[in-house]
Design a protein around this ligand. Sequence first.
Ligand code: PMP
Length: 438
Amino acid sequence: MTDLNDQWFARAKDVIPGGVNSPVRAYGSVGGTPRFVQSASGPRITDAAGREYVDLVASWGPALLGHAHPEVVGAVQSAASRGLSFGAPTGAEVELADLVAQRVQVGDLKPIEKVRLVSTGTEATMTAIRLARGVTGRDLLIKFAGHYHGHSDGLLAAAGSGVATLALPGSAGVPAPIAAQTLVLPYNDLDAVREVFAVHGENIAAIIVEAASANMGVVPPLRGFNAALADIAHSHGALLIMDEVLTGFRVHPAGFWGLQASQGERYLPDILTYGKVIGGGMPLAALAGRAEIMDHLAPLGPVYQAGTLSGNPLSVAAGLATLRLATPEVYAAVDAAAAQLADALDAALTAEGVVHTVPRAGSLFGVAFLPEVPLDYATALTQQSYRYAPFFHAMLDAGVSLPPSVFEAWFLTAAHDEVALGRVLEALPVAAKAAAEA
Ligand code: PMP
């Protein structure tokens, strides 16, 4: 069958490497033709052939309120009418920085005084690392296997997301001396962290960690893990960079850090990174932290970072509108929808006798074809991942668009109403059967 999606994909492959502008979009691990999106509204996307799907990708996270929320679109339209980019500061950037600093606090814990806006999560983590190195005068960085922090050179070692989906060890084109500055450790393993600090402690600038891992499938941190990372880093004069690009403003008004702090896990990261929801679907990301750290950035300090489109007025308008609309009721709706779907997914796979687990971290969840929730990347990789392609395609045939990789989280929005959720619930038993027969 060739429809308009096939035609676009054939054409795309002639002019765009792999036919896509970001690798996991290519359906590499599930096979078939990616759906070329014509439009999206609320919980749904419509493909080039005019077919509608309930969308559980949500642009890989940003669409917390659902696609094309009228107030967010209105804010962007209104900003656009006043000019697309100025290369000069705007009041809206100040309002957004204020809002981020205000939201990310729980009781007396307040990790953010200053915010620097950039355009992508990759830039946010890349700059955070440069800042940590500039502040500490040290070079080494600890990251965890299976964690994805964007595609800057030093962060692709044993990375999750598309690097995991395509089963790559890292990336070609990263100079060995740069890769050697990143020490990769197993996730949820504090002994490994302590051992590395015992040997290299004086040279370690920072630990970077996904607030909750969601790029090797969802792998929640063990209770106390993030807090212990902060303790270990601080006792050696190193910083903790908490990557909330995916989790920030998605799982809780104050991010995954806020969710943990509100549940009694109290710790203070030194630099936090945001992306996705903060821009409400427009290119916007941020790094943030205490003034004593953030003020090392140029123009005040010697750590350089800049951007022609940093703090772009359309992106900031979308981000401000999104965060202002992201009330506790929105998070409650997303939590309830996630709980309902995660339970139904679990029940459908159980009914078909498929070995599986549905790991959860706040409203993030996914499927892993393993008997138990994995604690690290090595375990996540041992799953029966071949079951995902038939499962994915059965869902797609039934009008539900899932992330095209078992190593990605499923994303809900506040727009997933009963009708949208009903369609997913209806599709699950058939998909579970397809997974069982794989
Ligand atoms: N950090 C995390 C935790 C992410 O999930 C991602 C993207 N999925 C990034 C950083 C990179 O963000 P971007 O794709 O905007 O560069």
